[in-house]
Design a protein around this ligand. Sequence first.
Ligand code: GDP
Ligand code: IMO
Ligand code: MG
Length: 431
Amino acid sequence: MDNRVIIGGQWGDEGKGKIVDALSEGLDWVLRYQGGANAGHTIHTGGKKHVLHLVPSGVLHEGVRCLLGGGMVIDPWALRDEIMALEEEGLAVRGRLFVASTAHLVMPYHRRMDELGETRLKRKSIGTTGRGIGPAYLDKIQRTGLRMGDLKLPADNLERKAIEKILAANELLSDFYQAEPLPARTIAEELVVLARFLGPLVVNPYDVLRGVRAGTESALFEGAQGTMLDIDHGTFPYVTSSNSTVGGALTGTGLPPRCLGEINGIYKAYCTRVGNGPFPSELLGEQGDALREAGGEYGATTGRARRCGWFDLVAGRYAADINGLTGVIITKLDVLDNQPTVRVATAYETEEKRLEVYPSFAEVLSRCRPVYRDFPGWEKPTGGCRRLTDLPAAARKYLEFLETGLGALIVGVSVGREREQMIWTPTGVGT
Ligand code: GDP
Ligand code: IMO
Ligand code: MG
């Protein structure tokens, strides 16, 4: 059974949602394994646009079961709203959407602490999505968090437990942040109401995934964020608070390594980053603005303008190696259709030396200047291409260079936002 893992190869927003949607038809399961509502996965099908934050991108296929894995942090208010929005669109969600009892809850105080923490950092702020992700993972690691399984407690027990947590958070809010405390009883009562709505979705992940373990049910693992935002392997501290690399697929689902099949990294044909932190191949000024407009690079979660730049092969190769990618999917090739020249960062230079290897400290990365290799643009539309041979020769040359540099076969190329705008290249793009 080939249980594919989909991982962001860059700084997030690579188009994972579109690819997961394109690959999940006919599967038994799509599993999210880390992150929370900081993710924003946009999928266009049949002229309709869907934006998902917590619910896995397999949900648009009615036969697919979806699990929000134990490695996630879940804002129950946001999850309820997302389920209701999907149901309003006429999608049957109940009965095939499940939430691991072991996933942690994002509470209103986490969101508040996320905002206040960012304000305290001032110029050094991370530029988080403000969804309470870091503080919720902090409570998990500190062993004080509430979990989705708690929503199954008798109402008065849940209310009492929630009040206890909110009062403890209020102490931190007033003593450390000098901020207003939150209304404990009101929030706890709201949580009890949410528990009635979400409780029936909460399952023991070990139990529901037994078919995947046994190899009788297929699954696709849907990563959120990207490798360069991984808490351990990304540009720390300008990262998110979870493992968005391949290890997260194991710890975030509780499935053993033998359940992982192909490991596919999703990369844009260029780079973007939202929030702060080093980005050596960033294009500032008009060129960056033009790329942003061509690619519609505005965040699906916060609406922020994404920083744009050329493909970074140093970081890209690092991501391929860290995750052990068995295949790569390049998205948004069509966005480069009008570029007379397309550039790729193949090495970095600091004042002192040239670096071919990705540095493990953001401080070093922030002093790196990219060394570029230039490619002639193809200056032809690619959105209608469905086979590798339909692509202009210059576009194929560019892809071949990326394939060699990344050290993994390019198994798919996306040339537009619609589900069918894909070129599948299972044997790679090289000749
Ligand atoms: P994710 O977070 O990795 O799922 O990516 P996002 O959904 O945040 O951002 C990717 C954006 O690019 C979305 O708006 C997609 O509709 C769009 N998109 C995905 N693939 C392509 C493509 O090949 N070409 C174009 N033009 N847009 C794409
Ligand atoms: P998807 O799944 C792009 C970024 C934020 C910030 C940093 C930390 O759509 O690819 P957080 O709120 O997680 O504490 O913010 O991570 N970030 C993302 N950037 N795509 C995402 O998700 C992101 N999720 C978080 O902008 O720099
Ligand atoms: Mg996104």
